[in-house]
Write a protein that binds this ligand. Sequence first.
Ligand code: FAD
Length: 425
Amino acid sequence: MSDLARCFWQDDVALPTAAMAPLPARVDVLVVGSGYTGLAAARETALAGRSTLVLDAGPLGGGCSSRNGGQVAFSIKPEHADLASRHGKAIADGIYREGLQAVADLRARATGGELECDWRDVGTVIGAHTRRHYESLVRWAERQPRGLEMPYEVVPEARLREAVDSPLYRGGVVFPNDAAVHPARLLIAMHRQAADAGAQLRDHCEVRAIARDGDELEVATAAGTVRARRVLVATNGYTGAFSPWHRRRVFPIGSYIAATEPLDPALVRRLIPQGRNLGDTRRVVIYVRPSPDGRRILFGGRAAAGETDIARCVPRLRAMLAQVFPALADAGITHAWMGFVGFTFDTLPHLGERDGVYHCIGYCGQGIPSATYYGRKAGLWMADRPGGESVLRNLPFPSRPYYAGRPWFLPPAVVAYRLLDRLGV
Ligand SMILES: Cc1cc2nc3c(=O)[nH]c(=O)nc-3n(C[C@H](O)[C@H](O)[C@H](O)COP(=O)(O)OP(=O)(O)OC[C@H]3O[C@@H](n4cnc5c(N)ncnc54)[C@H](O)[C@@H]3O)c2cc1C
């Protein structure tokens, strides 16, 4: 089983390395975390002439950014009406506008050749697992805010096979504007951009503490102390003890994913005829897509109530896949891996600053467009350059009383959600 514990995306590309010794004593900007967020920010601060150092506790990009599902979609979770009641209509509009812009910007940069990441305009189909969910999915698509809506196409059950051949669904909605990327290639392209702009990078160098010292911040790292004018916390679901304030506000959820063995491409085309991404209306999230060569199915989701070893999740992932595609019940699994996504209590990403320590975190499981977009904004903001404005800047960032960084509430929630999904409510 342990042979399976490897990430499919790293079969054909190697993550960048950067062991630099010794660390500089002082920089303008120190970025903690080298995923999409940290790299996007570092590129902007370096381009603006700020000396920039990116540190990662593990391999460069070794968090979620090299190992996700590669599905690009509008990534704002709360409904517009909910945001409007919490923050007012203007802010709700702004958040939706930026959510759409994040996808548009990434599409422009990927298809324009700036970021080589195997971009594919495949769209997403969301399957409804009961008739009631089909009706509410359609109503949800119809009540998108005027002028800020995603294009969509309702696919009734009778026509669903055009998008996905699964007995689980009673109809669905297609979002043709969504896309798929090779996540590790995107990470590598962003790393190259940050390095070319002049950012210094170092892997396997954990940040352990950040303390204010006069006009500067003193950052304790595994390789010594670095002084910085500004620090960016870009650690999302890996935010740990080095910053207790952020740790209380972004909580990690393990997302587990696997790839089948190479299948008959005709079978993959029959199951997902237009090569779309697939999700569904169940509370326990799943995400499915064909591999770029159209020979495998990649499928992931919340495969365990509590966090666990990836090898132990394979039987459940396999059962989840067989539920969607019974024809794959006996398909071999060649790769299985996981990562920690960062959730927030208001299910919004957060971009903010406290006493020279900036943060850009909390993409709630869908960070490809948001991390690349808000990471860039964070960098422009830190460099005092135009373009760093965002409606998210310094929105209240809630925590919960007594929450210190260990999401004890997740396992019972997952168990309850599974039950509700099974009951079809
Ligand atoms: C299995 C899986 C599937 C996913 N699928 C999708 C998808 O299909 N579509 C989508 O939009 N999103 C998806 N996501 C989420 C998406 O990958 C993330 O939201 C995004 O990559 C976050 O980027 P980031 O740069 O903010 O964080 P990350 O890429 O997670 O990087 C954070 C980095 O911070 C480093 N770090 C943490 N603490 C320290 C420290 N003290 N010192 C130094 N470094 C530190 C970590 O080592 C890590 O490299 C998925 C995630 C997973 C795990």
